[in-house]
Design a protein. Structure first.
Length: 72
């Protein structure tokens, strides 16, 4: 599997960087309270529930998620 898209966890919901499209997740409309309540595990579960293959990484001290957008 090729994890080309590596983004910080919370960027999945902020749509940043702007050139990274996160299918099925970035189009969620969250309140500030919902956004603040998100945990890394919730983000991973949302992506996995949509049949995306995701892995959790720690890169240079930053918590990131690698996403392979081929659905299985």
């Amino acid at each position: 599997m090729n994890y080309k898209t590596i983004v910080p966890v919370r960027f999945l919901f902020k749509r940043r960087p702007y050139d990274v499209e996160i299918v099925g997740v970035s189009n969620l409309f969250l309140t500030r309270e919902e956004y603040e309540a998100l945990t890394d595990e919730m983000v991973l579960k949302l992506l996995r529930d949509q049949c995306h293959n995701v892995i959790r990484l720690i890169r240079e001290g930053e918590n990131v998620i690698g996403v392979d957008f081929k659905q299985y």
